[in-house]
Ligand binder design. Structure first.
Ligand SMILES: N[C@@H](CCC(=O)N[C@@H](CS)C(=O)NCC(=O)O)C(=O)O
Length: 214
């Protein structure tokens, strides 16, 4: 499997955690999102991923895009350990949690959105941070409320084994720290993040551990 990603990209970080949890090897192809105006925007890369976004996963002749789809493909293709519970209602709760992050938070802090705010709305770093703090803070507060409802003191978001919700949460907490989001009012989020970071599948997936880290 050829994994096209970038060390700081949280959607790439999700896949790295999943590969590690499932013990899968992959060939890493770095795509530098800033250098040369953004290597994700080249015609060669867009031939693989028409959106010009990372990650992309090549499996033989098959090209997979969008981390939510890739994560579900990985889980169905390599079922052990499972990332989703089998019960439909439990599964819906986990997916809802993941989608708070994947659909509602992450798109608002994406590089292209922040570049647009800088270039067209004249925002400096403090304006960018205020924007991210607003939207990441709001979304993670909703995650905290969902954990309050479902976690019951478990080590991971939805129980005693790591799964899809943790795969979304940990990269999002990393981005929150980049943008100086105050997480002090989110005890479940911070406790679970600290717990996950002790597990090698998560620790080894951290942006600072990647070959393209700078
Ligand atoms: N929903 C997509 C989002 C992908 C995405 O936004 N990737 C970001 C990095 S985390 C990216 O490639 N940004 C490049 C840009 O904004 O130009 C997924 O989960 O795969």
């Amino acid at each position: 499997m050829k994994f096209h990603g970038y060390f700081r990209s949280s959607s790439s970080y999700r896949l790295r955690i999943a590969f590690n949890l499932k013990g899968l090897d992959y060939q890493f192809v770095p795509v530098h999102l800033v250098r040369d105006g953004g290597q994700q925007k080249t015609e060669a890369y867009k031939a693989l991923n028409p959106q010009g976004l990372v990650p992309t996963l090549e499996v033989g002749e098959t090209v997979l895009t969008q981390s939510p789809a890739i994560l579900e493909w990985l889980d169905e293709t390599y079922p052990e350990p499972a990332l989703l519970p089998s019960d439909p209602t439990e599964k819906a709760h986990v997916r809802a949690f993941a989608q708070v992050i994947g659909c509602e938070i992450h798109p608002l802090q994406n590089l292209r959105v922040l570049s647009y705010l800088r270039e067209n709305y004249d925002q400096d770093q403090s304006g960018i941070e205020a924007w991210c703090q607003r939207w990441i803070g709001d979304g993670l507060a909703a995650c905290e409320a969902l954990l309050e409802r479902h976690n019951n003191g478990a080590a991971y978001c939805f129980g005693e084994t790591p799964g899809l919700a943790d795969i979304y949460l940990i990269p999002q907490v990393f981005s929150a720290s980049r943008f100086k989001v105050d997480l002090s009012g989110l005890p479940n989020v911070t406790r679970i993040a600290a717990h996950c970071e002790n597990l090698s599948a998560f620790a080894d997936a951290h942006p600072t551990k990647q070959p393209d880290f700078e």
